[in-house]
Design a protein around this ligand. Sequence first.
Ligand code: FAD
Length: 317
Amino acid sequence: MLSGVFFNILVNICLCNKVFGVDYMKIVEMYESKKPVLSLEIFPPKMDYPLETVFKTLDELKKLNPKYISVTYGAGGSNRGRTVEIASRIKNEYKIESLAHLTSIGHSKEEVYSILNELLNENINNIMALRGDIPGGVQEFDIKNQEYMYASDLIKDINKHSGDFGIAAAAHPDGHPECSRLSYDLNNLKQKVDSGVDFLTTQLFFDNRIYYDFIEKCTQIGINCPIVPGIMPVLNAKQIRRIIYLCGASMPAKLLILVDKYENNPEDMQKAGIEYASRQVEDLIKNGVPGVHLYTMNKSQQIAEIVQNVGLEITTK
Ligand code: FAD
């Protein structure tokens, strides 16, 4: 008969899937490569759209040979099931590593643990751990009443749950909009990394100098993990204004001129946006970034153009 202790160990090992030879690779290991790593971000379609629409996009994105694909999470859990299902199909059917986003805002610890178990059951062990935005229009919403106040609280819990998870977190080169000073934000970021983060992905930015300065400041305060630049092409003037309003990224004059010029000409706006993002990526690669994370907005053709413009250097073949 198995002793109680031995039985528990066996159950834990089985739960971790290792007995079945499941490959639990942590994404951070990819950044040890000398070549820049191409990764992509997609979002689940809204609940009233068929889930299958995103797989048509993924069929195309797969051709770009990304090393991993991240799947966003609706803060508050509105499309939680869809994030897990899409991330699972990316990993288990498309055979591409997936990075499942998880926002803690609005979630209890119990709910978070249940999501972590779901992810491990689907062989997903890489998480982008986020706090999420404070809901707009909700009166008297007090972050202090949340079980998780900051992303770092979530990160500590993920590490407590299981050492199997590779953990990414968000960095904000332009400063997080809630924080009154970049230096405070940086110190909070340092605390977040120290709570157990493997690598950081940045919020979108449109001026590479902001990213380079940010990296310098991070190094000065001892943030030494890979900091992957997140790039979003401007494909729609109205949409980008809304995104900037929400995330607090600044827009350099040369991009503002393009957005003003092509505001009422969507086709030329797209061309200019693709060209602008391609030059940004090219410059980043020249300057030795660990990789580039493209915010695809589920637009495969435009993303393919950027990858082609930049050339084979970025691909991981
Ligand atoms: P935190 O790191 O918790 O920071 C939030 C604020 O609190 C900052 O101002 C910070 O300076 C401050 N702070 C942190 N720690 C402390 C502390 N100890 N004391 C005092 N102040 C502190 N949103 C979604 O809803 N779904 C997604 O899938 C999603 N994916 C994203 C992916 C990336 C790469 C990025 C950059 C953002 C993403 N977001 C997503 C947006 C993100 O949820 C928001 O930017 C959110 O407002 C902040 O999340 P965070 O994890 O950076 O929070």
